[in-house]
Design a protein around this ligand. Structure first.
Ligand code: CO
Length: 134
């Protein structure tokens, strides 16, 4: 079962400009910055309550976020729900017959394990499940 919203993913073209916007206008401080090679992004987590906003800048144009930016421009990219056991959650989702992008978990930011569901199975919303590093 999903626990809570872990983060909202936002695709950006200019990471520093986005950080400045969130810092200056929304008073959300930069919490963590990391290159996540497995997802082809440089990501920044901004703390908001118990969750985060995840700013995503593609490492190159041929990454999923790079293609998203080219097609749609900057903006909301995905929603991520926190789970305590991603392996059993993936099994549950497979049994439901939902289409997956990731059949097995991959490495996410801060050592988390993540998997994406296909937006065709989720009402057009790219959906991520994330098991934080314990
Ligand atoms: Co994410």
């Amino acid at each position: 079962m999903f626990g809570r919203i872990d983060h909202i993913g936002v695709a950006v073209e200019d990471l520093d400009a986005a950080i400045e916007l969130y810092n200056q206008q929304f008073e959300m401080g930069e919490q963590h910055r990391e290159v996540v090679e497995e997802q082809g992004v440089e990501a920044v987590l901004l703390e908001i309550g118990e969750g985060h906003v995840e700013l995503l800048k593609p490492l190159s144009a041929d990454t999923p976020v790079g293609k998203f930016l080219a097609a749609k421009g900057p903006g909301l990219h995905h929603v991520a729900y926190q789970v305590s056991d991603i392996d059993s959650e993936l099994e549950r989702i497979k049994v439901l017959g939902l289409r997956m992008i990731d059949e097995t978990p991959r490495v996410g930011i801060r050592g988390s394990r993540v998997a994406f569901l296909h937006p065709k199975s989720t009402g057009g919303v790219l959906t991520e499940i994330v098991e934080p590093k314990h």
